[in-house]
Each structure stands twice: as C-alpha cells, then as structure tokens.
Ligand binder design. Structure first.
Ligand code: F6R
Length: 245
C-alpha cells in the first residue's frame, strides 16, 4: 500500500481530486467506483472546480457507487442517489445512464444485487475505486464479519454504523436498517483503489488497518492483499505515536 499523508483535509481533498482528474485525462472512458459519506465530499468539490476551470470531461466516464440504503427513495435527500446528484453529478457533464447506484427501492432487493453484479461485469472492471473507511473498519457497507468472497449483497447495518450515519437524519430511528452494498470481492476486482481517511474518529481504524492482521473482523484489512492501493490520510488520523514520515 502506498501511503500519502497530507497536512489537512483540504489538502487531502485536493490531492485526491487531482489524482482522479489525471486518471480521467489519461483514460476518458475510465470506470470509477464512487463512495458517499463525509470523507469524499471535499474531493468532489475539487473535481467540480476542476471540471469548471480546466474542462475535465466526464462525457465518457462510467461510475458505480458502492452502496445504497434499502427502502429510501431516490428523492429522499438521505439516499445515496441524492447525495451523488448534489455533490457531483448535477455539476458535471456525465451521462446519467452511465452512473450506476444500486436501487434500494427494488421490490426484490436480492434480484437487484444480482443485476448490479451483472452490470459490474458488463461495464467493469472498475479502473479506480474510491473508498472511505468506516470507524469499525467497514468498506462500502461491508460490516465486520462479512466474507472476503462476498459479491453485491444485502446487509443489516450495525448499530455503530447506524449511529455514525444518524448525523444525516432527524432521528436514529430514521436511519435505515439495511443497505445494498458491493461485496468485498467486487471491490477487490477494481484495478486500483484509492482509500481516503480523514478525521480523528478514524484514528483507531487507521492504526488497525496499518498494523493489524488481515481478518474478516476488520473488512478493510483485505486491502493489504490488493496489488494497487493508494491511501491518502490527513494529519488528524495520525497519532503522535504513529506518524508516518
Ligand atoms: C459510503 C461507504 C462507507 C463510507 C464510510 C465512511 O458509500 O461506502 O463505507 O465510506 O462509512 O464514511 P464517512 O466518510 O462519512 O466517515
């Protein structure tokens, strides 16, 4: 794993965006894997700026999002569909039929998982997968204990993840209990992975990722087995005892 630390969240966001933008310029038909959540929002902001000022085009780009809540309508501001519209898609020239997000309102969520995997096979492999890190080590919504060989599946969210995500909802009870997520094996099929880690609440998870064992109890640990992972971490995740030069 290639690790880069940045002095601030802003610097991390700029660094991530310039990396992604470079990749798009090298391959305008790139397939990107995208994450939602707080960590990548700064990167999306920078990508929008770059699109406006430098003209980086998404006309031929295809995107796959990692996950979506089950039972949340697209129009609901808390859906990941709405998140992507707000933070990226509505600001760039991407073709909407080239953006894929699991359908959390499918009448048959299991079937939706199979369809999503088929789409990944048809349009993939993902060239560059962006990931955030859950405080409990989850990637996508693959919670601790998820099989490393999992493909896209339905997951019951842990109490800690629901609590962490409740900051976006009115009440904890409003946070969905289930989600559809790309599996660990689906994520590992990406040719390259860019993991973004920011915020003091990720300190412990970051340390475990760097120094812990590879175990299904800590899903992100599988990334150590991927041949091409870049980690961008901001200063706030670094304990003074574990500063990486
Ligand atoms: C989001 C996702 C999650 C988040 C993780 C970190 O699509 O798949 O794994 O990346 O929960 O979330 P933030 O960035 O909000 O701390």
């Amino acid at each position: 794993m290639d690790i880069i630390t940045t002095p601030s969240y802003e610097a991390l966001s700029k660094e991530a965006a310039s990396y992604v933008s470079r990749k798009i310029q090298e391959n305008p038909h790139i397939v990107l894997g995208l994450a939602t959540g707080s960590t990548p929002t700064g990167m999306y902001e920078q990508l929008i700026k770059d699109h406006i000022t430098s003209g980086t085009s998404y006309r031929h780009v295809t995107t796959f999002n990692l996950d979506e809540y089950v039972g949340v309508r697209k129009e609901n501001p808390n859906s990941y569909y709405a998140f992507m519209e707000k933070h990226l898609f509505q600001h760039i020239d991407i073709q909407h039929n080239s953006t894929f997000i699991p359908d959390g309102m499918s009448a048959d969520p299991q079937k939706e998982c199979n369809i999503y995997e088929q789409k990944l096979r048809k349009h993939g492999p993902i060239d560059l997968q962006i990931l955030g890190l859950g405080a409990n080590g989850h990637i996508g919504f693959n919670e601790p204990g998820t099989s490393f060989s999992s493909s896209t599946h339905i997951v019951e969210l842990t109490d800690s993840t629901r609590k962490a995500n409740s900051r976006f909802f009115k009440d904890l009870e409003d946070v969905p209990t289930h989600a559809i997520t790309m599996g660990i094996a689906s994520i590992m099929e990406a040719k390259e992975i860019l993991l973004l880690v920011a915020g003091a609440n990720k300190r412990q998870a970051y340390e475990q990722l760097l120094y812990g064992e590879i175990s299904e109890d800590f899903p992100a640990s599988i990334l150590k087995k991927h041949p091409c992972v870049k980690i961008l971490a901001d200063q706030s995740v670094l304990d003074t005892s574990s500063i990486i030069a």
